[in-house]
Structure formats: structure tokens, C-alpha cells
Write a protein that binds this ligand. Structure first.
Ligand SMILES: [Zn+2]
Length: 272
């Protein structure tokens, strides 16, 4: 009981930390009502582990250990300044050069596709996508969304290992899962602040979104761009990101490195 209580208090403190972080990130006075989230951190982490096992059976994980380590290093840099620290954020690269996507599982397992990584021009742009995925986990969007989609009882069966079929099914749906628009805006707001705190120029979010918009226009509303099709309209995201950026000093932003040469060497030169 005592442990359960301390977990609950811990969870509430984490929520307060995300709220405080968001006040800084959006400069907004009023915050949305606390999300419905009946998965504890422990449950979220365990569910995430089960789903990650499924994803890694279903998807081609990139075999280049140095590439994986480079991406994990960026993840650690962002995680150190994340508003939620009771989960381990761990990024893995999926080798699908035609898929422009990234997604997060509950509990901090996150995946980036090589198709999306090829579109980024520098480390800061990739970090922006990673920070957005961290934003979903930090704001506990999964507990709310998964409970609505599948019901608490099914999630508990998956947690107990009683329903391997359901775990496989949830994992494959999560790859292109839709969060609410409100969740997406919140993840973008967290991402901008996270980039800033980690020492990147948060303007990289904007340059990457503009590249995505170009791709979108070139390909049409293509299913190969799930990172866009499952999110609010790109134009709207760009406008909101621009508003967030106005809060950061332009001269200091301009001095920050985007790590373009490192990105070319560690990522672009390694991808076909
Ligand atoms: Zn998102």
C-alpha cells in the first residue's frame, strides 16, 4: 500500500513537472485538465517492454551498431532535460528507407525510420523529431489513448502475458497510431522547449517541418508519410512552432550548432 501511495505521489509530481514545463513552453496561463491515465509508470514500462519485443519481431532493426549508438546519444542528451524522468527513453533505428515515420511506445521505447532520417539535414532536425516523441511519453499520452482504444482489462491481460495475440496487434497499430490533435500540439510544444534546454536551436523543428511539407506536396497525401498523415495539418503545426520560437533569443539561437557535418558522417553517409 505504502509503495502504491508513493507511486501515485510520484506520478502526480511528474504530472506537475510536465505542467510546469509546458507553462514555460507555451507561455500559456491555463492548462488542459489532467489527462485520464490509469496506467501506472510501472505498468506503462512493462507494457512498453512487451510491445517493443513485438515491434522488434515485426520490423527490420538497422544492423549498424554505430548508427544506433549515435542516435541513442542524441536521445540521452534530450532525456537529461526532459520533464519526465521516471522512464528510460531509448531510441532504435528501423531500416525502411521508403518510410518517413517515427513513433513512441508507452514507457519510453521509441523508433525512427531511415526514410525519415534521410530527410533530415542535420542532427538538430532529427533531435526535433525525437523530442516530439519524448513529448508524447513525457505527457503520458499513451496511457490515455491506449485505455480508450483497448480498455483497461485488455491492457492488463497483455501486461500479465495472457494475450500474446493482442500484444502483437497493439504493437502493429501503434506504429501509425493517431493521438488527438491536442496531444500533438502538446508534444510539439514540449519538443521546442526540450531542444532549447538541450542546447539545440529549436528552429530546427521548423526547417524539418518545412522539408516534410515539401515531401507531402510532392507525393500528395501519401500513405508513405505516416508521421504527417497521423498529425494535425503541417501548415498548422508550422504556424504554432513559429509562435513558440518567438520566445527564444534569436542571437543565442543563431550561435548554436546544428551538427551538420557530424550528421552527414554518422547518418547520411551510412544510409543508401
Ligand atoms: Zn506525434
Amino acid at each position: 500500500m505504502a509503495m502504491r501511495k508513493s507511486l501515485l505521489v510520484g506520478g502526480l509530481m511528474q504530472l506537475a513537472a510536465v505542467a510546469a514545463f509546458l507553462v514555460m513552453a507555451c507561455g500559456c496561463e491555463t492548462l488542459p485538465a489532467p489527462p485520464i491515465n490509469i496506467l501506472s509508470t510501472q505498468q506503462e514500462v512493462q507494457l512498453g517492454r512487451e510491445l517493443a519485443d513485438e515491434i522488434e519481431k515485426q520490423k527490420p532493426i538497422h544492423g549498424d551498431a554505430e548508427l544506433q549508438e549515435y542516435v541513442r546519444g542524441i536521445g540521452r542528451r534530450l532525456a537529461r532535460v526532459a520533464p519526465r524522468r521516471d522512464v528510460e527513453y531509448r531510441f532504435t533505428v528501423i531500416d525502411e528507407p521508403d518510410t518517413v515515420n517515427a513513433f513512441a511506445l508507452p514507457g519510453g521505447h521509441m523508433y525512427l525510420y531511415t526514410g525519415l532520417m534521410r530527410l533530415a539535414e542535420n542532427e538538430a532536425e532529427l533531435a526535433g523529431v525525437m523530442a516530439h516523441e519524448i513529448g508524447h511519453v513525457a505527457a503520458r499520452h499513451h496511457g490515455e489513448r491506449l485505455t480508450r482504444m483497448y480498455g483497461y482489462n485488455l491492457l492488463v491481460r497483455v501486461l500479465l502475458g495472457d494475450d500474446p495475440g493482442a500484444a502483437a496487434n497493439i504493437a502493429s497499430n501503434l506504429v501509425e497510431m493517431n493521438f488527438s490533435r491536442e496531444n500533438e500540439r502538446e508534444a510539439d510544444a514540449i519538443a521546442v522547449e526540450l531542444l532549447w534546454r538541450a542546447g539545440y536551436d529549436p528552429g530546427a523543428m521548423l526547417t524539418f517541418m518545412e522539408k516534410m511539407r515539401e515531401q507531402e506536396q510532392r507525393r500528395g497525401a501519401a500513405p508513405s508519410l505516416p508521421f504527417l498523415s497521423s498529425h494535425p495539418p503541417t501548415q498548422e503545426r508550422i504556424a504554432l512552432i513559429r509562435q513558440h520560437l518567438a520566445r527564444y533569443p534569436a542571437d543565442e539561437r543563431a550561435q548554436r550548432s546544428a551538427y551538420t557535418a557530424e550528421y552527414r558522417e554518422q547518418v547520411l553517409n551510412r544510409l543508401p
